[in-house]
Design a binder for this molecule. Structure first.
Ligand code: GUN
Length: 282
């Protein structure tokens, strides 16, 4: 028997908790917590993500500062905006939505976000501290996955964990978090040989590849915990994940659905990171 982990319900309960914390922060210190969200251009997926981030801020009582800039915005203007947000005491977190237009040097823009306000957990300081298992702002999606393990009481100690996908945003920090939680981690990617055999050895399998229904039942060990980070479209244009849910679920002890799994946790952890950044700024 498998259990479907309800990310929507967990996100809702965590957001209620964050809302209470944000309220107490205001009561105790007389300060409203602020998150700046910068969107450049008109990428439709990014517009949806940014809208949802701003909505989540409203839900938990965080003030959002939204900047929607033209797709032709010069590099210098964007750098100056991030520099001014870095210096702004009302802004506790800065999020520059990726991808940025091609003419922009994204790395340079992101380098102006101080690590204390890097609520995405993308910068070298936060990644380095995560690597050393020290206090830091952790990338939102993998941190959301860790909350799912904790809420279900899933033990990671000594388990074989396989992460498929080595992006800086998900795969690499996910592998670090699992390592810090005493799992034995294999980080796989597009050049990995014997992917199926490696996956078949996974007690914990995290799919973050970006290919619809890529993980099939013959790649999954009986009783595995399967976490699907994918947000893909199937052959009919319907939203699906990296895991072929219908066939894989029968082999799992736990599995996350798409939608309603990891997705709602990502923005919840962004709210949590913004709250943490504010607490640490005191
Ligand atoms: N684009 C897609 N996902 C993300 C994310 O988590 N943070 C930012 N800044 N941009 C993204």
């Amino acid at each position: 028997m498998y259990k479907v982990i309800d990310g929507k319900a967990l996100a809702a309960s965590m957001r209620a908790d964050i809302k209470a914390k944000v309220f107490s922060f205001k009561q105790d210190y007389g300060k409203t917590i602020g998150l700046a969200v910068v969107l450049v251009g008109d990428d439709s997926a990014s517009q949806v993500y940014v809208r949802n981030k701003i909505k989540a801020c409203e839900e938990v009582g965080i003030k959002s500062f939204a900047y929607r800039l033209d797709k032709d915005t010069p590099q210098k203007d964007l750098e100056e905006l991030v520099q001014s947000l870095a210096a702004d005491k009302n802004v506790n977190g800065i999020l520059v939505q990726l991808p940025l237009p091609e003419h922009i040097d994204a790395e340079k823009v992101l380098s102006y976000i101080p690590y204390e306000k890097d609520v995405d957990g993308f910068c070298a300081q936060n990644i380095g501290r995560l690597c050393m298992n020290e206090d830091c702002l952790v990338a939102c999606t993998p941190n959301g996955v860790m909350q799912m393990f904790a809420s279900e009481g899933i033990s990671l100690k000594g388990k074989n964990a396989v992460v498929v996908g080595r992006s800086n945003i998900v795969g690499k920090p996910m592998a670090m978090l699992l390592t810090n939680a005493d799992a034995t981690v294999t980080l796989c990617h597009s050049k990995t040989q014997n992917l199926k055999e490696i996956c078949l050895n996974a007690d914990i399998l995290v799919a973050a590849i970006g290919k619809p229904k890529y993980i099939s039942a013959d790649m999954v060990k009986e009783g595995a915990v399967v976490i699907d980070v994918g947000m893909d479209r199937d052959e009919n244009g319907k939203l699906c994940g990296d895991v072929d849910f219908e066939t894989v679920k029968e082999k799992c002890s736990y599995i996350t659905p798409v939608p309603g799994g990891v997705g709602p946790m990502t923005i919840t952890m962004l709210m949590y990171n913004t709250y943490l950044a504010a607490v640490r700024s005191l």
